[in-house]
Design a protein around this ligand. Structure first.
Ligand SMILES: Nc1nc2c(ncn2[C@@H]2O[C@H](COP(=O)(O)OP(=O)(O)OP(=O)(O)O)[C@@H](O)[C@H]2O)c(=O)[nH]1
Ligand SMILES: [Mg+2]
Ligand SMILES: [Zn+2]
Length: 376
């Protein structure tokens, strides 16, 4: 498991550009890269800004000049925005000017943000500005799909958490998270939990085996874990060490349980409903937690449906079909790989040279996007 697939390199966003320019000759992935770059530049223009040492110094200077303190948002609570700074926790609110900002964002501040605030009493403050976010995990808001809901910011990697049963593994949901992770400039790592519950000769076991095989073959890092047997916990700790990670996934998959296991914490965990195998939405707000072995992690509430923000249907294929040149063999250059005659992808699936499960996930995602666009 520790041996990394050579393609997994591509998730390292700092190395991505050079890596592709020098080594990447295969056009399938080249096309993907263009889509990813297009995506990233879109974000750069809005709220994810690359932000240099100079910017940082400037911001710090500004903070000092105006008597502001720099801190990091640890949670958005009912009593206010909790900010950790100088070894203390402050309950802050947003200054009026910030609130009035016109934006497509549902929330102006999110767990993980670096903010500069004016201290108003021993444990209270007023946030003057939010630093540009280096990375951000977001989704389309449930109620108003034109609004973008931020989940967490300034993190290195998203630990996309799933379970094999209770609730069952949903590959297309994993792919939604992978796309959102890439859009936000972070690396995806798939955590498959509750493997202690897998029984021999079951559909769940087969699905798990195929999933691990096919997603690893695409270069995704997968860690199989169980808090019951302890399997994979050390490997999970190793990838989290000295990094900022966010656990994201459906309710009941065991995000809080895993954080308790790796960090020796005592976060509240919930039962899964026996009949549906789903969770009971135990965690209600995202919380940033320091790790005893170095690094940070954010626990988030489970999300029922994860809408991807601003993903045109025709871009979905760039996140799939990573087998070199595959899509260039289709009869039509605008092939959606859903029903067209002479489609090389469908042919490859039929011949067993492209993963049926990956293809199924692609089709499911395309269908779901259709439904979502209708609702908008
Ligand atoms: N058998 C088994 N059960 C687990 C494992 N990990 C977590 N659970 C159980 O799964 C249930 C849900 O765990 P939580 O940690 O609350 O799940 P969550 O993902 O944080 O859920 P939300 O906070 O609702 O989003 C609890 O009853 C846990 O004891 C595991 O590895 N094996
Ligand atoms: Mg939880
Ligand atoms: Zn095709």
């Amino acid at each position: 498991m520790s041996k990394e697939h050579p393609l997994s390199k591509r998730w390292d966003h700092h190395e991505l550009e050079d890596e592709y320019l020098v080594h990447e000759k295969r056009e399938g992935r080249q096309q993907r890269k263009i889509a990813a770059a297009k995506d990233r530049s879109k974000y750069k223009k809005t709220d994810v800004k690359k932000y240099s040492k100079e910017d940082e110094e400037l911001l710090q200077q500004r903070g000092q000049e105006e008597g502001l303190i720099r801190g990091r948002v640890t949670s958005i609570a009912s009593e206010g925005i909790l900010v950790a700074a100088e070894g203390k926790s402050y309950t802050c609110f947003l200054r009026g000017a910030l609130k009035k900002e016109k934006t497509q964002l549902k929330n102006l501040v999110v767990t993980g943000d670096y903010v500069h605030f004016q201290v108003s009493s021993e444990h209270e403050g007023a946030i003057a500005y939010v630093e540009p976010r280096q990375t951000v995990l977001s989704r389309a808001d449930n109620l108003d799909q034109r609004k973008k809901q931020l989940i967490a910011s300034n993190i290195d990697q998203v630990l996309i958490t799933t379970s094999v049963v209770k609730p069952i593994l949903r590959p297309s949901l994993v792919d939604r998270y992978i796309i959102a992770t890439e859009q936000g400039g972070m690396s995806p790592i798939v955590i498959v939990n509750k493997i202690d519950l897998l029984e021999e000769e079951t559909a769940e076991k087969k699905l798990w085996r195929d999933f691990v095989r096919d997603w690893s073959a695409c270069g995704f890092k997968i860690i199989n874990v169980s808090i019951v047997t302890g399997e994979g916990i050390e490997e999970l700790k190793a990838v989290m060490k000295d990094k900022s990670s966010v656990f994201s996934g459906q309710s009941g998959v065991g995000k809080s349980s895993l954080i308790n296991a790796v960090a020796g914490l005592n976060l509240k965990v919930g039962e899964t409903v026996e009949r549906t195998g789903k969770g009971t939405h135990t965690t209600t707000a995202a919380a940033l937690l320091p790790l005893p072995f170095g690094g940070w992690c954010i626990d988030t509430p489970g999300i029922k449906s994860f809408g991807i923000w601003d993903l045109p249907k025709e871009d979905v294929k760039y996140y799939f079909f990573d087998i070199p040149g595959r899509t260039f063999d289709c009869k039509f250059p605008t092939c959606t790989h859903l029903h067209e005659p002479g489609c090389a992808v469908i042919e490859a699936v039929e011949q067993g040279t492209y993963s049926a499960l990956r293809y199924e996930s692609y089709v499911a995602l395309m269908d779901e996007l259709d439904q979502e666009h209708i609702r908008r």
